[in-house]
Design a protein around this ligand. Structure first.
Ligand code: ZN
Length: 243
């Protein structure tokens, strides 16, 4: 096996630390611990975690430079993520780092910057049933799933319109018991970096312990890992041929 994919699992980690919040019961060690646990079990993946309240949000220059794929979960404190850190993560994506934005990361500074749109959506929190339909079978992100859909018994609803640019590839569409639909698995490329938005993951439901959701995230890490390619020359250049 070659060099492992170096993953940084980033989490806001605020709801889980609040003992009054249901997330502290579902994810006592934080959502990042649940996400990292499964990734760490993969022989081809090497994981570290980083959280908002660490110095530089845990995203020092060294960590960012040493990350092949970053996963991002944020919700209540998007505005507290410092712009200069967002700028560095953005630059790394353009250079080839993969980024997987989970659930309420649709409103994170980094996702909005990469999308260039409002990333607004409809939502409702009654714990209704969600069915994520695989609409791109054969895509590496759905490799190994045994059914045509993933069923989540209790979720927060996100509904269209989701104000994003048209995905390069749409892998999942969600149906909700209340009647809405949502583009739940969206692939993009920005510069040399691959981006995957994946909808499931509300903090009060044990979604990041669900084996199928975990499998999709691990698949997405492999899909988003940087692809080796030649260095790019920018700007004014001499001709390659005599002209
Ligand atoms: Zn949520």
């Amino acid at each position: 096996m070659g060099t492992p994919i170096r993953v940084t699992v980033w989490n806001e980690f605020r709801h889980e630390k609040n003992k009054e919040h249901p997330a502290s019961k579902v994810y006592p060690d934080g959502m990042h611990a649940a996400i990292a646990e499964h990734l760490q079990a993969q022989p081809d993946i090497q994981v570290r975690t980083a959280t908002l309240d660490e110095p530089e949000h845990g995203l020092t220059d060294e960590v960012i430079a040493g990350t092949d794929v970053m996963t991002w979960w944020g919700h209540a404190a998007h505005a507290e993520v410092r712009d200069e850190i967002v700028e560095k993560v953005h630059q790394r994506v353009l250079e080839g780092m993969g980024l997987i934005c989970l659930h309420s990361a649709h409103y994170s500074k980094i996702f909005k910057k990469l999308m260039g749109s409002s990333c607004s959506l409809k939502w409702r929190e009654v714990g209704e049933n969600e069915r994520l339909w695989v609409v791109e079978p054969g895509h590496p992100i759905v490799q190994g799933l045994e059914k045509e859909y993933i069923d989540l018994e209790h979720t927060e609803m996100y509904g269209e319109r989701f104000d994003i640019p048209m995905p390069d590839r749409l892998v999942f569409i969600s149906w909700f018991a209340g009647g809405e639909v949502f583009r739940s698995g969206c692939c993009y490329q920005r510069g040399k970096g691959r981006i995957f938005y994946f909808r499931p993951g509300h903090e009060t439901f044990p979604i990041f312990f669900n084996p199928e959701i975990r499998q999709v995230i691990a698949n997405a890490v492999r899909w988003a890992a940087p692809q080796p390619s030649a260095a790019i020359t920018w700007g004014n250049v001499k001709p390659l041929e005599d002209i």
